[in-house]
Design a protein around this ligand. Structure first.
Ligand SMILES: CC(C)(COP(=O)(O)OP(=O)(O)OC[C@H]1O[C@@H](n2cnc3c(N)ncnc32)[C@H](O)[C@@H]1OP(=O)(O)O)[C@@H](O)C(=O)NCCC(=O)NCCS
Length: 178
């Protein structure tokens, strides 16, 4: 697959339905997104999209040869307290299951970091948290320049008996302007 066939663009509020469909599909596979399929609601999608449009960054990747379907999405936004005004957090990236492992996630994530470097010198940190077993995602984030900042023991409850650690990670904007 040629990743040049896919358009990366800033999101808009009209993308809600496409992002909802994407998250419903991706959440069917256990071990990636924190939310299970039944926890993916339009309220959840609207909440993070509105926050990202108002005080964050959100990109979608569109398959122009397939009815402009949204095949990947990434977002993060500022938390409300002023003391966190230099941080983009609550980051989630999601690539349609049929399109995973083809370089799209890396390309989309790099686009977000390039955008922050070029246009958001108010941002020092981009933060995310990934479950420890999602080693594929964690190695992707490390290769993009994220560093592990600890290990939150037993943070994820996978089922009644099994807990796993969550790994907080951060990327620092080289163009941050105090
Ligand atoms: C994690 C995710 C965003 C990665 O996106 P992707 O498009 O599948 O990944 P890419 O094809 O861009 O590959 C990026 C890296 O992942 C790793 N990777 C990709 N496919 C892999 C596979 N089948 N097995 C192992 N590692 C793999 C490689 O390290 C690759 O690095 P490379 O570019 O040096 O080869 C995507 O798989 C996804 O949405 N997963 C479900 C939801 C999820 O886990 N979100 C993150 C929550 S923290």
């Amino acid at each position: 697959m040629n990743t040049n066939e896919y358009l990366i663009r800033r999101s808009k509020i009209e993308d809600l339905d496409g992002i909802f469909d994407l998250y419903k599909t991706v959440s069917k596979t256990i071990g990636g997104l924190a939310r299970a399929e039944n926890e993916i609601t339009m309220d959840y999608i609207r909440d993070f999209t509105e926050k990202s449009l108002e005080r964050g960054v959100q990109f979608v990747m569109v398959d122009e040869l397939n009815d402009n379907r949204i095949v990947a999405e990434i977002h993060c936004y500022k938390l409300a307290p002023v003391v966190f005004g230099h941080i983009l957090g609550e980051l989630t990236i999601s690539v349609d299951s049929l399109y995973q492992g083809k370089g799209l996630g890396r390309k989309l994530f790099q686009a977000l970091l390039d955008f922050v470097s070029a246009h958001r010198n108010d941002i020092l940190r981009v933060e995310l948290i990934a479950r420890e077993s999602n080693s594929r995602a964690i190695s992707l984030y490390e290769s993009l320049g994220f560093v592990k900042e600890g290990r939150m023991l037993h943070r994820i409850r996978s089922n009644a008996e099994f807990f796993e650690a969550d790994i907080p990670m951060a990327w620092f904007n080289p163009n941050f302007n105090k």
